[in-house]
Design a protein around this ligand. Structure first.
Ligand code: NAP
Length: 499
């Protein structure tokens, strides 16, 4: 079968699969239309075609969702941890059962190559399994006061109803990374997926329902009126938690709103990851790491390497090898098995990436490969490599969120670290060096929440994901992930051992 036929067949199958996705809002255990009956369209970014019409939640629907989450909270938070764990585990099994279908839905609404959607399904499902396992390990402490007069109990409790807001770039993983720890902790949730990619979340909620989700524990409100629908929820004192993944700009607005009720807030925001290649690096490994750190998800990841900071003595060889590979990347529909680079999410994304490339070129950068948008249907931008990028270029200061790899050079370690830290963001850094001492120095001195040492991708459900500086507050995943949905209570009672 030719690649074109396979692509046609995959597209037809994906369209068929969309018919299995619910099109309503899910509130209090029931699927329903929006209060005003309005709907909105979801598009395939590779073709621009409408692939689904969905209920468009109004502010009053959003309040119904909060009412339901609030009513369900007392019983869900008292549900034995083992039962909460088993619901998550059953959902994990259902996601794995339907992994092919879910991967196709992700590619259809978001555009990434199908094999990357498969990788997202594996990664996203892991949060359900991991937090199912964590649900039964929520523990506290017991001890005597130093004076010996009292017994001190430290216990952990579910915070209450939580609002979860997710972005479009990892439609499954961003939802499970929030829903799973919230449910494991005993919180109930209202989730608002990105308007561009709500289908995957709706399908996930359908699987949660199949796994036995009690009414009101998870409520989903797709909407094109994100601020209008979530504003009244955030202002309501029954909401006790907000968890947001998205841009720093929107995170700041939400934090301001959250401050009115002193809401516990987790913010997974933007990044501007440095990718450091030292003169002692294994260059083949660095090139391989660079390609995945930059081009995975078509460059649209908060963890995407944004600035390649390469020692002057190896820069030419590194650029040559990277550009040689990038020039061979095929651009096209994610359903074509030979495609490495799918479409960007929308027209605004293409225009934004184009602007950053033009700015760098106008400041003297050298274009090695790519550099322009592709004409015709869909929102495509060529995979691009630029060298001699001037330090004041916007490419180096802003999140690129597209398939563009800019290279700058350095001479000393101090200079490399100074360039890496010269950003308001601090999500992740990548470093390629054979030196243990240098690696240890970087762990201490890179101002980031995460570091990939000789690796280009590091996300894992078992690890704490999150940033410092303007990349956010809190951690998702790992043992830390469940803490975001728990509060700590200290109780003192007279010691029975008191003499
Ligand atoms: P975005 O524009 O900030 O949107 C994220 C989510 O917030 C969407 O669901 C969006 O809804 C919603 N939203 C927008 N304005 C809102 C408002 N005023 N009130 C309530 N909700 C609002 O970000 P994006 O373009 O979807 O995602 C890309 C960004 O996410 C990048 O900056 C990336 O680095 C970041 N990101 C961070 C992480 C991390 O873990 N640190 C992971 C993935 C992505 P609509 O869809 O209706 O606009």
């Amino acid at each position: 079968m030719t690649a074109a036929t396979m692509q046609q067949q995959a597209l037809a199958e994906a369209a068929d699969m969309v018919s299995s996705v619910p099109t309503g809002l899910f509130i209090d255990g029931a699927w329903r239309a929006a209060a005003d009956g309005q709907q909105f369209s979801v598009h395939d970014p590779a073709t621009g075609d409408v692939v689904a019409r969905l209920a468009n939640a109004t502010p009053s629907d959003a309040m119904d969702a909060l009412d339901a989450a609030d009513r369900a909270f007392p019983s869900w938070s008292r549900t034995p941890p083992r039962e909460r764990a088993e619901l998550l585990r059953r959902t994990f099994d259902l996601v794995m059962r339907d992994r092919e279908r879910i991967a196709r839905i992700i590619t259809l609404e978001m555009g990434k190559p199908l094999r990357e959607s498969h990788a997202e399904v594996s990664y996203g499902a892991e949060f359900l399994r991991w937090f199912g396992e964590e649900a039964v390990r929520i523990s506290g402490r017991f001890g005597s006061s130093p004076e010996g007069t009292g017994d001190m109990i430290v216990s952990r409790h579910a915070l209450g109803p939580a609002l979860l807001i997710t972005p479009w770039n990892f439609p499954l993983a961003m939802a499970t990374r929030k829903i799973a720890p919230a449910l494991a902790a005993g919180c109930t949730v209202v989730i608002k997926p990105a308007a561009l990619t709500p289908l995957t979340t709706l399908y996930l909620v359908k699987l949660l329902e199949e796994a036995g989700l009690p009414a009101g524990v998870v409520n989903v409100i797709p909407t094109t009126n994100s601020g209008g629908a979530t504003g009244p929820i955030i202002a309501d004192s029954r909401l006790r938690k907000i968890s947001f993944t998205g841009s720093t700009q929107v995170g700041r607005v939400l934090l301001e709103k959250a401050s009115a009720n002193i809401l516990r807030s987790s913010m997974e925001l933007g990044g501007n990851a440095p990718f450091l290649v030292f003169d002692d690096a294994d260059l083949s490994r660095a090139v391989e790491g660079a390609l995945v750190a930059k081009f995975r998800n078509i460059g649209q990841a908060c963890t995407a390497a944004n600035r390649f900071i390469v020692h002057a003595s190896v820069a030419q060889e590194f650029s040559r090898r990277v550009a040689e590979k990038v020039a061979q990347f095929k651009l096209g529909s994610g359903f074509d098995p030979d495609v490495a680079i799918g479409p960007l999410i929308d027209e605004a994304a293409v225009a934004g990436v184009d602007e950053l490339v033009q700015d760098a070129l106008s400041r003297g950068a050298t274009l090695v490969t790519g550099g322009k948008r592709r004409g015709g249907a869909g929102t495509f931008f060529e995979p691009t490599v630029l060298t001699d990028v001037a330090r004041d270029s916007r490419l180096l200061r802003e999140e690129i969120f597209g398939p563009v790899l800019p290279i700058v050079t350095f001479d000393t370690d101090d200079e490399a670290i100074a360039i890496a830290n010269d950003t308001e963001y601090g999500l992740v850094g990548y470093a390629f060096t054979a030196s243990i001492e240098r690696g240890q120095r970087l762990i201490n001195e890179l101002q980031t929440g995460m570091m990939g040492w000789n690796v280009g991708v590091l996300s894992n459900a078992a690890a704490p994901f999150g940033g410092v500086k303007m990349s956010g507050l809190g951690r998702e995943g790992g043992a830390e992930g469940i803490d975001e949905y728990l509060t700590t209570k200290y109780t003192l009672l007279p010691s029975v051992f008191r003499p």
